[in-house]
Structures are given as structure tokens and as C-alpha cells.
Write a protein that binds this ligand. Sequence first.
Ligand SMILES: *Cc1c(COP(=O)(O)O)cnc(C)c1O
Length: 231
Amino acid sequence: MGNSIEENVNKIIKDLPKGVKLVAAGKGQSTIDIAKAVKAGIQIIGENYIRDAKNIYNQIKNLARLHFIGIPEQTKHDLLRTKNLMMFDMIETIDSVEIAGEINKKLTEVNKVMPILIEVNSGRESQKAGVLPDQVIDVIKEVAEFENIKVLGLMTMGSTPHQSIKNQKNRSNVKKCFKVTKKLFDEIKEMNIKNVDMKYLSMGMSNSYKIAIKEGANIIRVGSKIFGERN
Ligand SMILES: *Cc1c(COP(=O)(O)O)cnc(C)c1O
């Protein structure tokens, strides 16, 4: 049942406004399916776990980029190995000065600068990852001091329960989250903080990426709409 990965990718890319980057969220997917997505035109793979990233890295490294989209605190032990860090072209989910500092320290040893996004807990939910909206500016000012880290924007999950985006209340909640994040993004851009270049706003998943694009996202992260529902 359902369409092929290739059909899914083509369908999403066809309607993507110019300048919006599509990240294929690869968690739980086989190397074969990720290779299929790359062949169909995916240029960035998002991985939540280091083990998954390692499994695909050698196959995709010359064909697609790799973004870390997992929870740094959860994967810290593996993420903070220099060799593992070096697989990634961007870390989208930095949620504290501490983790940024630890990554910076590792990268100083190898003289690499890592592009990162700050994850915003735009729905202010206690169980969600990310920096609370009113603390984002302070966190960015501190992270900007790290020489081997370059802040390139913001990322948010929003408050959507995965399935029920068709529910009007959930739609309006997620939209609110995206608006909060976009407003912050513009505000920080205006501030012209040294060593910060507000280029990317990563918002929206399978069920919310169309809303996210309307609200100003230029990176979307799509999993199940490409690979099918996860079990
Ligand atoms: C899994 C995941 C996605 C994609 O979710 P889907 O609903 O399957 O599109 C996007 N962002 C992050 C951080 C994820 O972990």
C-alpha cells in the first residue's frame, strides 16, 4: 500500500517554494530506503541517533548532507566523539550553552566550525526539548562566543501531536508555535549579533510543513510523508 519513496519525494519537491530545503528525517529507516530517497533527489538526511547516522554515512557522504536532529543530551556520549561530530554538516537541535560549549571544545581540537541551529521550545511545554522563547536571545549571545560554532538560525518542533493536525485546535496551536519562532528569528536577525548569521528557520514535519512554509520556514523536516508511517 502507499506510494513509493521516489513518488513521495517527487511530490514534495514539486510543490516546494524556491529556497526551502527539504530534510528527510531518517529515523528508523533502512539504509536501502535512505539511499532510495537520496536517489530520488533528497539532498539532506536528518538523523536523531549516532548509530543510525554511522550506518548511512559512508553511503551518502558524497551524495547528501547529514543534519543532526536528535536530542543532544540523550546522545551526548556518542555525539561528543570528534569523529561522530564530523559526520554532520549541521546540528539543528542545540538547546543549551553547556552542550554548545562541549561541542565547541571538541571542534577546537580539529579546527572545524560547526553550523548549528538553536532549538526553541515554542509551545512552552515542559516535556519538550528546546530553549524557552524568552531565553533564546541570551543563549544565542553566549553561544556566539564559541569560535568553532556558528549559529545559523532557529529550529522548532511546535506543539503538534503527530497525528491530529487535521483537528482545527491543533492546527491553530502549531501555527502559533511557528509564529512565535518566526518572530524571534526576525528579532534576532535585526540584532546583528557578531558570529551569528540568521539564515535558516527549520520548522514543520510531515503533517505541518505546509503551514510551516507559510509561516516562514526555509528548512522542513519530513519523515513519514517520505518513508511511510513508522510502526
Ligand atoms: C522524526 C522527526 C521529524 C519528522 O517527523 P514526521 O512526522 O515523520 O515527518 C522531524 N523532526 C524531528 C526532530 C524528528 O525527530
